[in-house]
Design a protein around this ligand. Structure first.
Ligand SMILES: NC(=O)c1ccc[n+]([C@@H]2O[C@H](COP(=O)([O-])OP(=O)(O)OC[C@H]3O[C@@H](n4cnc5c(N)ncnc54)[C@H](O)[C@@H]3O)[C@@H](O)[C@H]2O)c1
Length: 280
């Protein structure tokens, strides 16, 4: 059957930068890009995760899958300019930027215990590092790669936030039974601030570039299932109207939709995939 609309999801040969491309969701962005026919360009400060994700792409889609892996620090404008110049020399265009990298401290059950981290003793150096990666890094990537998109008069930026960009963490789900209050660990304040801030960055850039052919949107994934212990899974599931955590695969089609020409009238939007958690 001939289709009229589905081909709008095709992003054939589009160069799609994915920051934090060596991480858990980085792989899902890359799968979305590959399924659309584009070229994922993974940027990460460590190489091992990117290599693992590139191997998974080859296992899934075959050895001829195109995927770039570039070790870089997104908090350095200078390094990002080198990446931009390298990609422009090789491909001549940069089409999509997915601002995905963030420090995501795992404080839930089954994860490595980071030690007691309350708001009142939260170290300012961790705050600064988290802001540097999650907000400054996203802003710098938008500056450096957005400049190319401005010249092309075409581009897409997808910023990755979280349900914690919409609501505050319910700290009760991170509590460990039997520990005194001062030894309980909380989801850090920097995570909330970065994830709320990225939505502000989206709205600012969406309006700034609205008539320049560049669309900017936010995706809020939530409650990803990733080997957490049963107690944590039960506690968080209880906060979610659908009654369960999400599978990372459940974001792939939304990602491809948002970065493709299927979404040409969408800019400045926040798309929340959270099983209903922020709705009740
Ligand atoms: N996993 C979840 O449950 C969840 C839920 C909601 C939202 N998110 C968001 O999704 C995004 C990805 O999350 P994830 O779980 O895949 O995280 P992850 O920790 O698996 O991946 C993040 C990647 O960013 C990289 N990175 C860190 N600093 C960097 C720097 N300076 N330059 C380049 N790369 C750097 C890390 O090396 C890592 O590979 C984050 O923005 C996170 O806030 C995750």
């Amino acid at each position: 059957m001939k289709t009229k609309y589905l081909q709008r999801m095709e992003i054939t040969d589009r160069v799609c930068i994915i920051t934090g491309g060596g991480g858990l969701i980085g792989l899902k962005h890359a799968e979305a890009v590959v399924e659309g026919g584009g070229i994922p360009v993974l940027l990460d400060i460590v190489g091992s995760g990117m290599e693992r994700n590139a191997c998974k792409l080859k296992e899934e889609y075959g050895d001829d899958v195109r995927c770039e892996c570039i070790i870089t620090d997104i908090t350095s404008r200078e390094k990002l300019c080198e990446v931009r110049d390298m990609l422009m020399e090789k491909y001549g265009h940069i089409d999509v930027l997915i601002n995905n990298a963030a420090n995501n401290p795992k404080v839930e059950g089954g994860s490595k215990n980071l030690g007691a981290m309350r708001f009142t003793n939260f170290p300012v150096d961790i705050w600064n590092q988290d802001i540097a990666v999650g907000l400054t890094g996203a802003m710098l990537c938008a500056q450096v790669f957005g400049e190319v998109m401005e010249k092309q008069k075409k581009g897409v930026v997808l910023n990755i936030s979280s349900d914690y960009g919409i609501i505050a963490p319910d700290q009760r789900i991170y509590r460990k039974e039997g520990l005194p209050e001062e030894e309980q660990t909380v989801k850090p304040v920097s995570y909330s601030v970065v994830k709320h801030g990225i939505i502000g960055l989206t709205k600012y850039l969406a309006i700034y570039w609205a008539d320049k052919g560049i669309r900017v949107n936010t995706l809020c994934p939530a409650s990803l299932s990733n080997g957490q212990d049963d107690e944590f899974v039960a506690k968080i599931s209880n906060l979610i109207p659908m009654g369960r955590m999400s599978d990372p695969d459940e974001y792939v089609c939304t990602i491809l939709y948002m970065i493709s020409d299927a979404a040409t009238y969408m800019t400045g939007s926040t798309v929340i995939c959270d099983g209903g958690r922020t709705s009740w």
